[in-house]
Design a protein around this ligand. Structure first.
Ligand SMILES: Nc1nc2c(ncn2[C@@H]2O[C@H](COP(=O)(O)OP(=O)(O)OP(=O)(O)O)[C@@H](O)[C@H]2O)c(=O)[nH]1
Ligand SMILES: [Mg+2]
Length: 302
């Protein structure tokens, strides 16, 4: 008689301040770049699920936008995506990423305060150990500032290093309760190519521009067609001002052409098929504070 092996599964939220390394950790654990990463805070704009499959485990990670203060409606809508997971019962475990390389400050106080009230198991991930002069001291300072959080499991990581995968999973897997397989083994994410194409364009916008431009950009997919094995995408890049539009297009269209070309290559790799992306830049004044526009783009008010 074969012994039945119990299967374990969980929905796990990755939350924390912008730039703490949530998307990096997700990519390292999955061994694929599914979530865009950059040194710009507020890189992730929307929740994205990434699925880890082990022989006896399935973990559905939810990468979230960094929780932050910000003056625009979009900042609140972004932060709420992570905060809501702490309260709405949709995740089984919360992984709270803490950036060891930055002072804690008010932003951390807000997040730690919310994590203190979480009802599900919490794992604290002290990330960017490679950039911290004294990890033990910084960790102790964190627990001195938020004493109730010291009751939780924690691990020190450098998410950019491949070895973080095993270290993180060694800590997390024992926390995962018995449960079913939610997604088929071959699924790596819940996102479709339409969503991922928009992210690939945004990633190139972040790479190609600086200062206020990346934050003022929202990428909308107008059309995604697959014809005779070729992926064809029409993209509208919304910016807030004419000046931003000028920067994004560049002299003789050089910047936008580069963005298009690089995003096209990335999409073609991801879809494993030829891809063609056409980007149009549109000035949509004050879109970051336009509730109706934002809800139309799939952001939720609460
Ligand atoms: N040196 C070092 N850099 C890291 C580490 N983890 C992440 N980074 C870098 O930190 C920056 C931010 O990483 P992200 O993964 O985009 O951070 P995030 O928490 O997803 O940020 P948002 O999406 O803005 O909330 C990137 O430049 C990463 O390469 C780490 O352990 N060590
Ligand atoms: Mg991110």
């Amino acid at each position: 008689m074969t012994e039945s092996i119990e299967f374990h599964s969980a929905f796990v939220a990755l939350i924390g301040r912008p730039n703490s390394g949530k998307s990096t950790l997700l990519n390292t654990v999955l061994g694929e770049r599914i979530s865009i990463v950059s040194s710009l805070p507020q890189t992730t704009q929307r929740n994205l699920k990434g699925i880890y499959n082990g022989p006896r485990h399935q973990i559905v990670f939810v990468d979230t936008p960094g929780i932050h203060e910000g003056r625009h409606a979009v900042n609140k809508m972004m932060s709420r995506q992570g905060l809501a997971l702490l309260e709405d019962g949709s995740v089984d475990i919360v992984c709270y990423l803490v950036d060891l390389a930055r002072d804690f400050g008010e932003e951390e106080d807000v997040i730690a305060g919310r994590v203190e009230r979480v009802k599900v198991p919490v794992c604290i991930i002290f990330n960017k150990a490679d950039m911290c002069v004294d990890v033990d001291r910084t960790r102790s300072a964190f627990f001195a500032r938020y004493p109730t959080l010291s009751a939780h499991k924690s691990v020190v990581l450098t998410a950019t290093e491949p070895s973080a995968r095993e270290k993180f999973l060694d800590t997390l897997l024992p926390m995962v309760p018995p449960g079913p397989k939610y997604y088929p083994d071959e699924d790596l994410t819940d996102a479709d190519l339409r969503f991922l194409a928009a992210e690939l364009v945004r990633e190139q916008v972040i790479r190609a521009t600086r200062e206020e431009v990346p934050h003022a950009v929202l990428v909308e997919i107008l059309q995604y067609k697959e014809q005779e094995g070729r992926h064809q995408v029409e993209v509208e890049i919304h910016v807030e001002t004419k000046g931003q539009k000028g920067i994004l297009i560049g002299a003789g269209g050089a910047v936008i052409k580069k963005i298009q070309h690089r995003a096209q290559l990335a999409l073609s790799k991801l879809a494993d098929a030829p891809a063609r992306i056409r980007c149009h830049v549109k000035v949509t004044p004050k879109w970051r504070d336009n509730d109706r526009f934002l809800t139309g783009m799939g952001f939720r008010r609460s």
